[in-house]
Design a protein around this ligand. Sequence first.
Ligand code: PEP
Length: 253
Amino acid sequence: MILLVGNWKMAPNKSTEAINLAKKISLSAKTYKKSINTVICAPYIHLPFLIKNIKTGISFGGQNTASSEDVAQTGFINSSMLKSYGATYCIVGHSEVRAHGETDEQILASTVSLLQKNIIPIVCVGEKERDGHGWYLSSVKEQVEKIFLGVPKNQIKKIVLAYEPVWAIGKNAAREATVAESREMIMFIRKVIADITDEKTAKNTNILYGGSVNEQNAFNFISEGGAQGLLVGRVSLDAKRFSSLMKSISLSQ
Ligand code: PEP
């Protein structure tokens, strides 16, 4: 089963638009439900409306959660709130949030708090840039180790990782990653997980690829890029393109 996660980021503006978009995505998701599990991570403000109005086809998630339940955190929301909305997934450690100074410690604490509430964390890791000496491998290793060494052992199998090279994300991406780059890094991440846990856990960890995924390249990231799923930003805001993407990856199963 492919895990397909749409990250709507800070769009759309109105909940009515969000519901209309989600209804269209839900129709396509139902068509491919045998091979694809579709999740939409929407802005918090839309989540209660989406969850109330769309009961089939897709699951919903948040885009981040606070690292503690201390109420003195203006502008944040916590995992208990996500749980009470009915969210079942939540992205953590997205590079756009890390860019505001979020630390690996906070990302670990957020991950643990989601697991405590039985919400599946989708933990984003990825290097800012590629160098010729392989230092980028150490930065991803550190991010993965922080999570896998910090989460209680009996919760590890619930974690979803998303490998998102920062240089390949969003409209300012330097370029798309190649399938070989994705495959190499996902293999490397599995090795890092195996060294901390065991081979079986490493093999079973759900690792997604994200970064300028579209209806043309999605199939290859799944069939040859080593990813078991995808984290998709811009294209998830376009129901037609997202549906073509679903069609293409369903053929890889
Ligand atoms: C993302 O924001 O996680 C992402 C992958 O965005 P995009 O698909 O637009 O590059």
